[in-house]
Design a protein around this ligand. Structure first.
Ligand SMILES: Cc1ncc(COP(=O)(O)O)c(C=O)c1O
Length: 347
């Protein structure tokens, strides 16, 4: 079977060989289940090292579940969560955050995918009004859905504003490693030290086979976590297989290597495509995605060669995403296909 590499998503790629090795290494013999095995305990210890001693980690199967669990941990049924209008929470989770997370989402307009304090403030005008769902938490996607990254100052300001308003803070960090590396911070500096309460910490987009980690930094939210995870059907019984992947990912800085590579590939891609006439790059390329508008009649021909998604069907803004296994030759080949399509359609 030949699966050509494209630019569809960082979850189109396979697993990193070191992750597969880690999976195989825990496959021998028997081990206790439900998070009580040695590997799971070791992984919990490693998360504490990375995020701070008060950290509790709960592994789940996917990113939607991690988000839903974070919301459920924070919210009562009358609560609301402020999030970006384009956030995965709001757009791509089939209303699970509202139904299973027990809250109302308040989508906010964004600038380059980022929430601003100005917009967030508007959502608080009816705080304390019994007719209105009560704002409980701000959810930030870092990096954003548009591949942009909040700067350290932007994060600090937004989070300290949220805290001053009595809001909890959640990070949808499906690709948090990329932001952490780009900003030259540690995981702890970019979350715990800024006052973040909960993180959906990604694995699948970064070279794991599957698995995400709900990282609970606020001690008050810990007690309910094991029960809520179980109710949501997200307690892995063979938990060592998720834990082993995260151990391999966080140990020996594999996370840095993967983040650096996928982001470097996105930079290469941007440089090669932005000079092609009629390709209009639309977003800063901070993380591992390039967004660009191309003529509609280019799309089919290109997608047949290198798969990708049209992000906006009205403008034909496309998303080209790189991954841990993207190669320079993929990028050069894609840029060539773009140029050839341009020459054929507009000779
Ligand atoms: C920012 C973000 N959050 C959450 C998710 C959800 O992950 P999953 O598809 O594993 O449920 C995704 C998946 O694309 C994502 O990009």
């Amino acid at each position: 079977m030949k699966n050509p590499r494209g630019f569809g998503s960082d979850n189109h790629s396979g697993a990193h060989p070191l992750i597969l090795e880690a999976l195989a290494s825990v496959n021998e013999g028997h081990a206790p289940s439900y998070g009580t095995d040695e590997i799971s305990v070791e992984a919990h210890g490693l998360f504490k090292q990375k995020f701070g001693a008060q950290t509790q980690v709960q592994f789940v199967f996917n990113g939607t579940a991690a988000n839903v669990m974070c919301l459920r941990l924070a919210c009562d049924s009358f609560h609301s969560v402020l999030c970006a209008d384009i956030s995965h929470l709001n757009v791509d989770e089939c209303a699970a955050p509202e139904i299973l997370g027990h809250c109302k989402l308040i989508p906010l307009k964004t600038l380059n995918g980022k929430i601003t304090i100005e917009e967030a403030r508007k959502a608080l005008v009816r705080k304390g009004d019994q007719h209105y769902a009560q704002p409980r938490m701000l959810s930030i996607t870092q990096p954003t859905e548009l591949g942009t990254v909040y700067t350290y100052e932007e994060m600090r300001n937004l989070i300290s504003w949220a805290k001053s308003e009595g809001l909890l803070v959640h990070i949808d960090g499906a690709r948090f490693a990329n932001a952490t590396l780009l900003l030259g911070k540690t995981f702890k500096e970019l979350s715990t030290d800024l006052g973040v309460d909960l993180i959906s910490f990604g694995g699948t987009k970064n070279g794991l086979v599957f698995g995400e980690a709900v990282v609970i930094l606020n001690p008050d939210l810990k007690r309910r976590a094991p029960y809520i995870r179980k109710q949501l059907g997200q307690l892995p019984s063979k938990s060592r297989f998720v834990a082993a992947q995260f151990l391999a990912y966080l140990k020996n800085d594999l996370w840095k290597e993967i983040a650096a590579h996928s982001m470097k590939m996105a930079q290469h891609l941007r440089i090669l495509v932005e000079d092609i006439p009629q390709v209009k790059v639309t977003q800063p390329t901070d993380s591992n995605a390039v967004f660009a508008i191309i003529p509609q009649d280019w799309v089919k021909n290109l997608k047949d060669q290198y798969f990708f998604y049209v992000w906006d069907e009205l403008t034909f803004e496309c998303r080209w995403m790189t991954s841990w296994d993207t190669q320079l030759e993929d990028i050069q080949g894609f840029a060539k296909a773009l140029s050839q399509t341009q020459a054929e359609v507009n000779p």
